[in-house]
Write a protein that binds this ligand. Structure first.
Ligand code: WTA
Length: 651
């Protein structure tokens, strides 16, 4: 039995959902009248230009439509409708790497986004439906760029600033983007770093990109290609602050975000307008319980879904104040986040377990040095959190009075799906607890489609469509169906499978156990093993490679590669070979995919039909003994060879 912590009663009194009774009432309402539940919220929470005529259309499942017939604009939802009551309220508080602070009110945001939208339309010819790639640091202009696209109906595709030029190029080309918005660079640990050269390398002969907009943040020298590259700082000067918001259909695409799956090529996850913004706003109100005067900070990067939904769209849709941070949370020391909490009187703080582990390790006593009394809700996301990190977060950061919301969700779900509600749910360390009201999340046995027994690990599924669900994989209908609706069938109907394993405890609480597919989770970042393998295979001397995840103290999972070289005479210089392969990985994907371990093996454990037995490789990488049956292997002796190589490496 794990410990259980009740919600703080003082907090619960004013919480948006303040008891389990309220939670159960909402959940029952959704179960009894699913469309009524969602239809009512859509009417209440969203500002419609034209009302919708139908709540949910499942006739072409798994392709679904929500709030059909309705028209709205997501940027107007995030900005314009707040101007009457909140024009002078801070929308974004930006803190730069070097401590520079900028407060952007809702009125400022309105003007900046409109100018940006006019620039895209007038100078770059961007129109509704065009794809715009955003490759930006964490600066306010990144949020303006997103909202400017939303305002004119262009579809943004943000590529995380840590991705390499090859990764950026693939994403630009898959989306056929005609514009890239970037910056010269930004600051990290007080030093300038560069982004524009990566963009330059990504745009080669035949690229669909016609124009590049460069925000000058650090004013370092960059190369300007005449007729293609333009300075934002120059063009923005004469732009009008008036720009009508394009009326968008509920199901018009809002953005693409590429994420890793179990094959080599990343998937362009598509989110559409109304359903996404509705759930972004509702989960902000329910899970973070943000109040009018609160200041909320999510430390994610806008290059990931967490940054989309919980730095920009969710907080702004509800009219909150959202903090954006350019820097590194451990710089100048591990007290940085706590000094920011004190300085900005932050009320809700949302980060990843990997960050919590690092902050714990580097500054166990740091929280005590700051006034953290403003904190009410602490959040975590991205990977299962381990109980020691959870405990430190709860006790030292939250002084045992803040709820921890362990939010489980993914790029494809658009927003949280399983999470505690801070004023209602009794919490247990490292447990995502219960599905949010309206989300029919169930752990199913993949063989039978029945709900899993308590304590049994099953597949985390969602059995009914929900408004913020992925609408498609860009340009690949089949892949959408196969990736998400191919593995689990319940009552004769394929249901959405997340790719994660999970189990119920005796209270019906859900604990996420991790991915069941070939996706690994490095510091909360999703990485397909096939993607890393494809990069390693680019090395001319690599014959075969298999990549698996292995437990890692700080990153959650690390990357372990088993490599078979072409040359028979083994590795001449192992250190050089490792360096060469990691250089290729950095070029193809980025630093986040660099391997923690590499073994140059004489072979891989394969069945007689040639299938690599990854389970064996995972067991070995964990440092565990292989106990599974190896008699079906083509060459069972390879297991002993690999075992001694791995042991030798870790001894
Ligand atoms: C994992 C991030 C355990 C999970 C929002 C999921 C989690 C993947 C949690 C999605 C959590 C996310 N507990 N695991 N609270 N949150 N995950 O698309 O494996 O970058 O499938 O979205 O992260 O990663 P993604």
């Amino acid at each position: 039995m794990s410990e259980i912590f009740q919600p703080n009663p003082e907090f619960a009194k004013n919480a948006n959902i303040g008891s389990m009774d309220e939670y159960n009432t909402l959940m029952n309402k959704a179960k009894e009248n699913y469309e009524g539940f969602w239809g009512d919220y859509a009417k209440e929470k969203l500002d419609w230009i034209e009302p919708f005529t139908n709540v949910l259309d499942e006739s072409n499942a798994p392709f679904v439509k929500w709030f059909d017939g309705g028209k709205l604009n997501v940027a107007a939802q995030c900005i314009d409708r707040h101007l009457d009551t909140r024009k002078n309220k801070a929308a974004i508080i930006f803190e730069g790497d070097r401590g520079d602070v900028q407060t952007i009110t809702y009125l400022d945001l309105f003007k900046n986004v409109n100018r940006f939208a006019n620039l895209l339309k007038e100078d770059f010819g961007v129109q509704k439906g065009d794809r715009v790639v955003i490759y930006m640091p964490m600066i306010p202009e990144a949020a303006y760029a997103m909202l400017a696209c939303a305002r004119i109906g262009a579809i943004h595709s943000i590529v995380f600033g840590g991705f390499s030029s090859e990764a950026l190029k693939d994403r630009i080309e898959d989306a056929e983007a005609k514009v890239v918005i970037t910056a010269d660079g930004a600051y990290r640990k007080s030093k300038p770093y560069m982004l524009k050269p990566v963009v330059d390398a990504a745009i080669t002969e035949g690229s669909p990109v016609k124009k590049v907009l460069v925000v000058e943040r650090n004013n370092e020298d960059v190369t300007w290609v005449a007729g293609r590259d333009y300075s934002y700082n120059e063009l923005i000067k004469d732009k009008s602050t008036a720009c009508e918001a394009e009326p968008m259909d509920s199901e018009d695409p809002l953005f693409l975000l590429y994420t890793s799956g179990s094959t080599g090529k990343p998937k362009g996850v598509q989110h559409n307008s109304a359903g996404y913004i509705l759930w972004a706003q509702m989960t902000m109100e329910w899970v973070f319980d943000v109040k009018e005067n609160d200041t909320y900070w999510c430390t994610a990067d806008i290059g990931w879904i967490t940054g989309h939904t919980y730095i920009v769209y969710g907080p702004l849709a509800m009219g909150a104040t959202t903090v954006m941070f350019e820097g590194v949370i451990t710089y100048p020391d591990a007290g940085r986040p706590w000094s920011m909490v004190e300085n900005h009187r932050i009320n809700q703080f949302y980060t990843a377990p990997t960050a919590i582990r690092v902050l714990h390790k580097m500054g166990e006593d740091a929280p005590a040095k700051y006034d953290l009394s403003s904190l009410k809700v602490l959040g975590t996301v991205g990977e299962p959190i381990d109980p020691p990190a959870w405990k430190w977060y709860y006790e030292e950061v939250g002084s045992s009075k803040c709820a921890i919301v362990d939010t489980y969700w993914q790029t494809e779900t658009g927003g949280h799906i399983v999470s505690p509600l801070p004023g209602a749910t009794p919490i247990k360390p490292a447990c995502a607890t219960l599905p949010l009201p309206g989300i029919m999340a169930e752990i199913l046995d993949p063989a039978t489609g029945e709900v899993s027994e308590v304590g049994e690990t099953g597949y985390m599924c969602i059995t009914k469509p929900w408004p913020a669900q992925i609408r498609g994989v860009w340009g690949d209908e089949e892949r959408y169906k196969k990736s998400y609706f191919g593995d689990v069938v319940k009552d004769g109907k394929p249901v959405y499978f997340t790719g994660d394993g999970a189990r119920y405890d005796e209270d019906g609480y859900i604990t996420i156990t991790g991915r069941t597919d070939d996706v690994i989770n490095v510091s909360g970042h999703r990485m397909g093993t096939a993607e890393v393998e494809a990069a390693i295979k680019k090395h001319s001397n690599v014959a075969e490679v298999a990549v698996v995840g292995k437990p890692h103290d700080l990153k959650g999972e690390g990357i372990f590669a088993y490599i078979v070289l072409k040359s028979d005479d083994g590795v001449a210089d192992e250190v050089e070979e490792v360096k060469a392969i990691n250089t290729i990985i950095k070029k193809e994907i980025g630093n986040i995919a660099v391997c923690d371990d590499m073994i140059f093996a004489p072979g891989l454990p394969k069945t007689r039909s040639g299938k690599i037995m990854r389970r064996i490789l995972r067991t070995l990488a964990k440092g565990e003994e292989v106990t599974q049956d190896i008699s079906t292997l083509e060459d069972p002796s390879i297991v002993a060879t690999l075992t001694s190589m791995v042991n030798c490496k870790t001894c």
